[in-house]
Structure formats: structure tokens, C-alpha cells
Write a protein that binds this ligand. Structure first.
Ligand SMILES: NC(=O)c1ccc[n+]([C@@H]2O[C@H](COP(=O)([O-])OP(=O)(O)OC[C@H]3O[C@@H](n4cnc5c(N)ncnc54)[C@H](O)[C@@H]3O)[C@@H](O)[C@H]2O)c1
Ligand SMILES: [Zn+2]
Length: 383
């Protein structure tokens, strides 16, 4: 079992990652010390696939799980109230342990509920999507959306333990899986040239969810996230590199009302656009920009980028909680595996890069590497 330690102002924790790790959940949770009760939080969909296995392996969680809708539209304060009331009814006290089993929505909502229930009870994450395994379960960000925007209410509330079992990805719809692969591409591009090269050479195995390939990319990604969070938990500096592709990606999600793209897909377009901007601004060598575009394209087809007026994109980006004092700042890799952040890019270059996206993608998808990976996706879909 790979164990990655994460440091936090609120207490360090381990991320335990291995194929079949769920079978060890009981002893791992018991290792946290005494608790007055274990309360499992999940969603109906995740529970349909994994409920039985979770109940078998999380001792003491014999009582009914607390299930809530994990649609992005249901990631609201009302879900936190629902969970808190269920916890009261089930008799959870200050020494209870909450175990969140699900994707990023379950983790973010359950994490925030755990942060605020009786001013904080212990939370353990068992992430079940690739996004949750490599990203949202590590780093302590929790929260819910408001009608006015995403993740506007929340807390830093690190878990006491994260149990990552790549086998749990076996039931994930393929589009959701691919959406997570884009985040892995992101980690390679910003911080790990070897991971990036592995993805270039083994995208077919990754898309087939080959156990060894998955274990490798998930372990590497968590290690990067942990390293970054260890240095800058509260995102005062370095942690911003994790937002590569997200500046434009978030704007694309917002401009399309969160319906057209899965999160990772919007980030994929964001990464391609930044590669093009970086190239135009002479911040990244041609070959490195090309590799980012080609690898991103090799993950599979993306919903096309609709026509969005330049003023609207600019307005959304300036309103993003990561914009500073009226400036949009970008994360731009200076080469594969190395990144700079806080970069201002002239607006005309941004719009030019956005405008070039369809053409750049069409060209990238005609390269042999991308065609090969696409075949693997087709086979996975047919199964
Ligand atoms: N806290 C953070 O640092 C952080 C980081 C990244 C994303 N997020 C948040 O995470 C959310 C997105 O999370 P996500 O991408 O994991 O998607 P998700 O939680 O929306 O889950 C996607 C879908 O897959 C289903 N599902 C989950 N696991 C499954 C499994 N093993 N088998 C079959 N179906 C399964 C879910 O029911 C859901 O329908 C967003 O709200 C985003 O804001 C948070
Ligand atoms: Zn993301």
C-alpha cells in the first residue's frame, strides 16, 4: 500500500492508495483511535455500486448510510442541513467519524457538513471518481455552491484519512473517467515530466483502466497534490499552479451554465488555450506546447467550444474568485513539468488562443498518437 503523508495546520493525515484498499478500510479507520460511532455518507448512485462492499469493510457502520443527491445542482447548503439533521437523528456526537464515499460532490458536501456539525467531527474520505481520488479528497477544500456561483461557501477542513482504491473506478461512466484523466494530464504538465511521458506512452492502457497504469498515475498525481499542499495549504502562492487550465476552464463552465462540459473537459480546453497563449507570449517552447495539446487531445473528443462573446468571457474571468484587483492571472508551464503562476497575458492573445481552439484540436487529433488512443476509447465504449 502506498501511503502519502499530507501536512496540515489542522493535523497531518495519510492518503492510503492501493488496488483493493477498500478491504483494509476497517483497520485503517480503527487506526485513527476511538470513536463513538461511524456514519457513512454517500449518494444513491454510488451506493448502488459500492454500498455492499463499503458496509462489509467499514465496521461499526451497520446502521443505514445517509444518502444525498450528488448532482452538481444539489451541491447546496440545503444538503448540509439535511446531513446535519440526519446525523442528529442517528445520534452522532462530537466524537463521531463521518466516512464520505463518493465523487467530488459527495466529498465537498460531506466535508463541509463534517466541518460544521457540532463545530467539527472527524471525516474520512473514500473517493470513488478519478477526480476525487487525485484531486478533491486531498487538500482540505470543502464547500457548496450558491445560485450566484460555484463553491462560494466552504471551509478548509482536512480529513483524518483518505482511502484510495482505484478498483472503485471500475463502475465509473467512461466520460466521467476521461474527465479525471485531464486533471492527471494537468499534474504532468505542471510538475512531473515523467508522469507526462508515461501518459504519452501509455494513454491506451490508462483509457482501458489497466490496473497497473491506474495505480501509477493516481499515486503520482496524489504525491504532487500532497507536495504542493504541504508547501502552501491556504493557496497563498504555489498552490495556484493547480489552477493550470482552470482560469479559462471555469469561465467556459460558467458561460455554458455548467451543462455543456464536465469539469475536466472544460479544463482540457483551458490547458490547450494556455499552451497556445504561452507560445504566442514566448513563454513556452513550441515542442512543449505541442505536447500539451497533443496529449490533451489524445484523451478523447471534447464537446466543442460554443461562440462566447469576448466581453462575456472577460467579465466571467474577472468575477472569478481567483482574479485579483481587476486582473486575470494565468498559470503557464514554462516547459513540461515546470510552471509559473501569476502571469498576465495581454487580452488580444487570450482571445486569439480561444479563437484558435477548434483548428488546433482538429490538427492535434490527426496525429497518430491521438488516433491510437481514440481507438482505445471506442473499444471501451463498445463494451
Ligand atoms: N475540494 C476540491 O479540492 C475539489 C477539487 C476538484 C473538484 N471538486 C469538486 O468536485 C465536484 C466534481 O466531482 P467529480 O468529478 O468527482 O464528480 P461527481 O462527484 O459529480 O460524480 C460524477 C458522477 O459519477 C457518479 N459516480 C461517482 N463515483 C462512481 C463510481 N465509482 N461508479 C459509478 N458512478 C460513480 C456520481 O454519482 C455522479 O453522477 C465538483 O463539484 C467540484 O467543484 C472539488
Ligand atoms: Zn479541476
Amino acid at each position: 500500500m502506498q501511503t502519502i503523508q499530507v501536512r496540515s495546520l489542522m493535523g497531518d493525515y495519510d492518503v492510503c492508495c492501493a488496488s483493493g484498499a477498500l478491504a483494509h478500510a476497517g483497520s485503517l479507520i480503527a487506526g485513527l483511535g476511538e470513536t463513538t460511532g461511524t456514519f457513512v455518507l454517500s449518494s444513491p448512485r454510488v451506493w448502488r455500486h459500492w454500498g455492499r462492499a463499503v458496509m462489509k469493510n467499514v465496521p461499526g457502520a451497520a446502521r443505514k448510510p445517509i444518502l444525498f443527491d450528488d448532482a452538481e445542482a444539489a451541491k447546496r447548503l440545503s444538503a448540509v442541513e439535511h446531513i446535519a439533521r440526519e446525523l442528529v437523528r442517528a445520534g452522532a456526537d462530537r466524537h463521531a467519524t463521518v466516512v464520505a464515499v463518493g465523487g467530488g460532490v459527495v466529498g465537498d458536501v460531506a466535508g463541509f457538513a463534517a466541518a460544521s456539525y457540532l463545530r467539527g467531527v472527524r471525516v474520512v474520505h473514500i473517493p470513488t471518481t478519478l477526480v476525487a481520488q487525485v484531486d478533491s479528497s486531498v487538500g482540505g477544500k470543502t464547500g457548496v455552491n450558491l445560485p450566484e456561483g460555484k463553491n462560494l461557501v466552504g471551509a478548509f477542513y482536512p480529513p483524518k484519512l483518505v482511502i484510495v482504491d482505484p478498483q472503485m473506478l471500475g463502475t465509473l461512466p467512461h466520460r466521467e473517467f476521461r474527465s479525471g484523466v485531464y486533471e492527471v494530464v494537468k499534474y504532468g504538465a505542471i510538475a512531473d515530466a515523467a508522469l507526462f511521458k508515461f501518459l504519452e506512452e501509455h494513454m491506451r492502457e490508462v483509457l482501458r483502466r489497466d490496473a497497473e497504469a491506474l495505480a501509477f498515475i493516481i499515486g503520482r498525481s496524489i504525491a504532487i497534490k500532497a507536495r504542493v499542499v504541504n508547501k502552501d495549504e491556504r493557496e497563498n502562492g504555489l498552490r495556484q499552479i493547480l489552477n493550470f487550465g482552470h482560469t479559462l476552464g471555469h469561465a467556459l463552465e460558467a458561460a455554458t451554465n455548467y451543462r455543456r462540459f464536465l469539469h475536466g473537459e472544460a479544463i482540457a480546453w483551458g490547458m490547450i488555450a494556455v499552451a497556445m497563449m504561452g507560445l504566442a507570449a514566448e513563454r513556452i517552447p513550441l515542442m512543449d506546447a505541442f505536447r500539451i495539446v497533443r496529449l490533451t487531445a489524445s484523451v478523447g473528443p471534447l464537446p466543442s467550444v460554443p461562440e462566447i462573446p469576448a466581453e462575456e468571457l472577460q467579465r466571467i474571468m474577472l468575477g472569478d474568485k481567483k482574479a485579483r484587483a481587476g486582473r486575470v492571472l494565468w498559470v503557464v508551464p514554462s516547459q513540461i513539468g515546470k510552471t509559473e503562476w501569476g502571469i498576465e497575458v495581454p487580452w488580444p492573445l487570450v482571445m486569439k488562443a480561444v479563437g484558435s481552439l477548434p483548428e488546433v484540436m482538429a490538427e492535434a487529433r490527426s496525429t497518430p498518437m491521438v488516433k491510437n488512443a481514440a481507438r482505445a476509447t471506442m473499444r471501451k465504449r463498445q463494451r
